[in-house]
Design a protein around this ligand. Sequence first.
Ligand SMILES: NC(=O)c1ccc[n+]([C@@H]2O[C@H](COP(=O)([O-])OP(=O)(O)OC[C@H]3O[C@@H](n4cnc5c(N)ncnc54)[C@H](O)[C@@H]3O)[C@@H](O)[C@H]2O)c1
Ligand SMILES: O=c1ccn([C@@H]2O[C@H](COP(=O)(O)OP(=O)(O)O[C@H]3O[C@H](CO)[C@@H](O)[C@H](O)[C@H]3O)[C@@H](O)[C@H]2O)c(=O)[nH]1
Length: 453
Amino acid sequence: MRVSVIGCGHLGAPHAVAMAELGHEVIGVELDADKCRALSTGAAPFYEAEFPELLAKHVGSGRLRFTTDLARAAEFAELHFLAVGTPLREDGRTYDTRYLTGVLESLVPMLREPCTIVGKSTITIGTVAALQQIIDARAETDGIDLVWNPEFLREGHAIQDSLSPDRIVVGLSSTAAQKAMEEVYAPILARGVEMIVTTPATAEMIKSAANSFLCVKISYINALAEACGLIDADVNAVAHAIGIDERIGHAGMRPGIGYGGGCLPKDIAAFSHRLGQLGAGRAQALLESVQDINSARVAGAVDLIEQAYGGLLAGVPVAFLGASFKAGTSDLRYSPALALADRLTAHGARPVIYDPQAVAGVRQLRPDLICADVVEGALTGAEVVVIATEWPQFTRDAKLPAKAGALARGRVLVDVRNAVEADPWLANGWHVWQLGRPAQHPECDPVPASACR
Ligand SMILES: NC(=O)c1ccc[n+]([C@@H]2O[C@H](COP(=O)([O-])OP(=O)(O)OC[C@H]3O[C@@H](n4cnc5c(N)ncnc54)[C@H](O)[C@@H]3O)[C@@H](O)[C@H]2O)c1
Ligand SMILES: O=c1ccn([C@@H]2O[C@H](COP(=O)(O)OP(=O)(O)O[C@H]3O[C@H](CO)[C@@H](O)[C@H](O)[C@H]3O)[C@@H](O)[C@H]2O)c(=O)[nH]1
C-alpha cells in the first residue's frame, strides 16, 4: 500500500520504518526540519534499538522517504497514519489536541480520492467524534474514513513492538475502513496476531485503560515498597513471590522511583480527569491515589539517600548514574531520574550526571545540571553513588564496583531502581541501599542495617 505517517517522533518514526519493513511504500511527514533532514539521511534523531539499521535500510532502498510537505503525503498515500503529539495542556489534566486538529484541518481539504485516516496518537474518550466533525466539515470528496488505532509500543522496544504487537485495536465504523486496516497489517495478522475490531469509543477506552493499568501495577508495588521499608521486609522478594502466580505476573512489577516518560504520567492524568467528567467517581479516585503514590517516590528516594549517607546532603558530591526515564531510551520526558537530580540539588547536594545515551539531551534541556561525558567523570570524588536509571552498564557490569571504588571517596551505593546485583558491590566494600529492602553491608550482612551504622 501507499502509506503516510504524519508526525515522525518516538512513535511515528519507528512506525514508518515498520510499515516499510512490512512492504509498504511510505512517506513520513515531519514538521521539525532538523528531524526531517536527519531521518531523510538515515540518521536516527533519538536512541532506539534496531531503529537505525532499519531506517538506513529503507531510506537506502527508496521505500521510505521523509518530507516536511503535507501536500506530498496527501497526493501520494491511500492511508494516512496520524502520530503527532498529544501533550497535556497547562492544566495538567486535558490533552492539547491542536497538533491533531491542525493536521486534519490542513490534510482533509487536500484529499482528492477516497482514503483512510488512521489515528495512532493517544487521545481521550470522545475525541474521535470531535475529529470526525472536522472531516465532515472540510472534505471535498466522499469516502474519507476515520479509524482509531491506538499504539501500545514501548520505547526501547519500538521496532519489535511495531512488527510483533500483542494485539492490534481498531475503532472504526465502515467495512471499507476495516478492509484497509486488514490490508495494511496483513503480514502481522497472517502470523496470528489478533485484530480487535470495535467502535472508536471502545478503542479510546482500551488505550487509556491499558496505560492506567500499567500505572496501577507500578504504584501498587511501590506502595508495598514503602510498607516493606517500615518493617525491614524485602519488596523485591515480595514482587518475585507474588508474581509467580500468573494472575499477577512479574511484568510491570519492578519497584523504583515511579513511572515516568512521555506517556504514562500524562495518560493517567487525562484518563482520571475524564472519568471524573463522565461521572465514574470511583475509578477516578482509584487512579488519583495511584498518581499520589507515584508523586511521593522521588521524595522517598531522597530520604533513602540521606539515610544511606548518614546525614544532610548539603555540599555532598553525588555520582548520579542515569538521566533517561528508563533504560533503553534517550528520552527525558517526565524523567523521574531528572526529578531526583533536581531534588538532590535543592537539598544542597552536588550531583554529576552520567547517562550512556542521554547526556547530550540533558545538556540541551537542562544546562544548569552538571554532566560528565564518561562514567569516570561522575564517579571521581563522589561520596555517594546513585543509580537513577537501570541501564545494564550500571546494574550488570561486574567491573563497575571496583572501578567506582578506585575513583569515589565514599562506599555508599543507592540504587533507586532496585535493579543492581549487590554481590559484586558488597565484595568491593560497598554498602548497598535500595527502596523497600534492608540495606546490605559488606562486613556485617545479614545483620540488620541499623546495627552497621
Ligand atoms: N512514545 C511512545 O512510545 C508512544 C507509544 C504509544 C502512543 N504514543 C502517543 O503517540 C503520540 C506521539 O507521541 P511521541 O512520543 O511520538 O511524540 P513526539 O513528540 O516524539 O513526536 C511527535 C512528532 O510530531 C511532529 N509534528 C507535530 N505537528 C506536526 C505536523 N503538523 N506535521 C508533521 N509533524 C508534526 C513533531 O515535530 C514531533 O516530531 C502521542 O499521542 C503519544 O501519547 C506514544
Ligand atoms: O515494572 C516497572 C515497569 C516500568 N516502570 C517505569 O514506568 C515507566 C514507563 O515504562 P514503560 O511502560 O516501559 O515505558 P513506555 O515506553 O513509556 O511505554 C508505555 O507507554 C506507551 C505510550 O502510551 C505505551 O504504548 C506502552 O504500552 C507503555 O508501556 C518508566 O519510567 C519505567 O521506569 C517501573 O517503574 N516499573
